[in-house]
Unconditional design. Structure first.
Length: 228
């Protein structure tokens, strides 16, 4: 079951690239073009900073996933084991379906979650600004840790999904899989390689991704509702 959820989270991150381009394109451009010209001209000097940004961002996702998964586990402890498993599987399946509909462009309900994170981001954004311009990988890593909390419906919906993952390490693994899925698009934007981003914008790609994740969700719901 967890392997299927990890695969689905990876697909969500990878094929949710349209949303990544829209939400993070400006940040990536600011980070990249905020570097000195001589550093931008050298791939060897630029690559450690870009990798550090993204490592920090993905670590933030993993940390948030661990908190959500641990909290979900504590809630499930108040129920009998078999009932808790069904509730967790059902919640996971529901959010996989909602996320598939969101990715496919069929229903944007989960996009409203972005507004819920606005207050948190308003407190963190000044910290991120103080870290600019980035001069070293450790500084880039810290900036990436802040970047990971930008309001994003795709991230927040995956985080709610992590709530039903069954525990802290499961929630962390789910969010890390999602973060790794987002990496190709964001690395491509950092190095001005637009092919992958353009490919992910294709309507059929979004529909394929949405249909695949929706199918995973329906299968998970069936597992939760099937007679014991």
């Amino acid at each position: 079951m967890m392997e299927i959820q990890w695969a689905a989270a990876l697909v969500v991150g990878l094929l949710g690239g349209v949303h990544c381009v829209g939400m993070c394109g400006g940040i990536v451009s600011a980070l990249t073009f905020g570097l000195p010209a001589e550093r931008r001209a050298s791939l060897a000097r630029m690559l450690p900073l870009v990798l550090a940004y993204n490592l920090g961002r993905i670590l933030s996702y993993g940390l948030a996933g661990a908190v959500a998964g641990g909290f979900g586990y504590l809630l499930a402890e108040s129920l009998p084991l078999w009932q808790a498993q069904r509730v967790l599987y059902g919640l996971a399946g529901l959010f996989m379906v909602l996320m598939g509909l969101y990715l496919g462009g069929w229903w944007a309900l989960l996009g409203r979650l972005e507004r819920l994170g606005g207050r948190l981001w308003s407190r963190l954004e000044p910290l991120g600004r103080r870290l600019l311009p980035v001069s070293s990988p450790p500084r880039a890593l810290v900036l990436g840790l802040v970047w990971g909390w930008i309001p994003c419906g795709l991230v927040y919906s995956t985080l709610v999904w992590a709530l039903s993952s069954g525990g802290a390490w499961q929630g962390a693994a789910l969010m890390l899989a999602f973060g790794l899925g987002t990496l190709p698009n964001l690395l491509g934007m950092s190095f001005l390689v637009g092919g992958l981003a353009r490919w992910s914008r294709q309507p059929w790609v979004r529909r394929l991704a949405g249909g695949l994740v929706t199918a995973f969700g329906l299968w998970t719901l069936w597992q939760a509702l099937a007679p014991a």
